[in-house]
Write a protein that binds this ligand. Structure first.
Ligand SMILES: [Zn+2]
Length: 335
């Protein structure tokens, strides 16, 4: 099978570095996305690995770099197509967005005659996504939030389910994703794709990078693309419902929970005080489950997202088994 990206043919048994032109700066210089393809001697599926589609979400950049520099073509069956910095504009500007404030991850599969985001998306989709049989897209929480490492996947899709489980994370959020994300558009186009979502913007977080690398390698092993014993998670929970607990009032927020902690319905998870220091209101969770994300800033307007809770029912007991109690007696999942 011929593999061509950015006009270059990638032969079996080679690693190719390609500057894929996706747009142009207003200085008329090309906007290139660096794509590395490791094509094995032996046949097998192609898998794409993308990061920084939101230009400020950096953990994935390091995950892709470490995976791609650790593999030689003789160790790979099929092809690994790696784009560590998909949103080149946002990456340069320390921003989630494109220069027109559009979110690139809302414009897939793109349109060659559309707006700036749609045009960029179109080239990435044509050159990277549709050349692949599977995909993993790497994200962090949006700015001023943090996420517990989690997989997001449409578990009703058999092949998506296969790679989501193979990744080997403990928490899988079962959701199709909004329709014009890379993940949803790729899956619709016959390229089952999952998201690894973990940590914060603007940082390389060592434990998260390590988990991401292990997960990607688990998927490659599960697809028989590399020779490696996949690592089994201690447990795996598939979450169907997750909701944000929101600030009831405006003020200074003291958040009492962290990602990985168990919360119960009606439990206090934060306190909002006014600038005179008097307590004005309590933030309470409306559901029982696992905290999978929180805000990281202490200022809250009414309605601001404070804490993202994955609803646990039957699986609550399973998760609790792997928690340890901290000095305050709170049960925390150590990931
Ligand atoms: Zn993102």
């Amino acid at each position: 099978m011929t593999l061509r990206i950015g006009g270059r043919t990638i032969r079996r048994g080679t690693t190719e570095q390609i500057q894929l032109k996706v747009s142009e700066f207003y200085t008329s210089t090309p906007v290139n996305v660096a794509v590395t393809v490791i094509r094995g001697h032996e046949p097998g599926p192609a898998l794409f690995l993308t990061a920084a589609i939101h230009g400020d979400e950096l953990n994935g950049v390091e995950i892709v770099r470490r995976v791609m520099t650790s593999l030689r073509p003789e160790q790979v069956r099929g092809s690994l197509i790696c784009a560590p910095v998909v949103n080149r504009f946002g990456f340069l500007n320390h921003s989630r967005y494109l220069p027109d404030r559009r979110d690139l991850n809302r414009f897939f599969p793109g349109d060659p005659n559309g707006n700036a985001a749609a045009r960029t998306a179109h080239i990435l989709f044509r050159e990277v996504v549709t050349q692949s049989r599977y995909g993993i897209d790497l994200h962090s929480a949006t700015v001023r939030r943090t996420n517990l490492p989690q997989i997001r996947a449409d578990m009703s899709h058999k092949k998506v389910r296969r790679i989501a489980k193979a990744f080997g994370g403990e928490i899988i959020i079962d959701a199709p994703g909004s329709p014009h994300t890379l993940r949803a558009a790729a899956t619709r186009a016959g390229v089952p794709t999952i998201i690894f979502e973990a940590g914060e913007t603007y940082r390389f977080q060592k434990n998260i990078v390590a988990r991401g690398i292990a997960g990607v390698r688990n998927v490659l092993a599960g697809l028989d693309m590399i020779e490696e014993e996949p690592r089994e998670p201690r447990f795996q929970v598939i979450v169907k419902v997750s909701e944000w607990v929101r600030a009831p009032r405006g003020g200074i927020l003291d958040i009492l929970v962290r990602p990985g902690e168990i919360v119960h319905a009606d439990e206090e998870i934060g306190v909002i005080t006014n600038p005179f220091g008097r307590e004005v209101s309590s933030v309470r969770s409306h559901l029982t489950g696992l905290v999978i994300g929180t805000t990281t800033v202490p200022m809250a307007n009414p309605g601001d997202a404070v804490c993202h809770v994955a609803k646990l029912e039957k699986t609550l007991h399973t998760v609790e088994k792997y928690c340890v109690a901290d000095s305050r007696g709170r049960k925390t999942l150590l990931l």
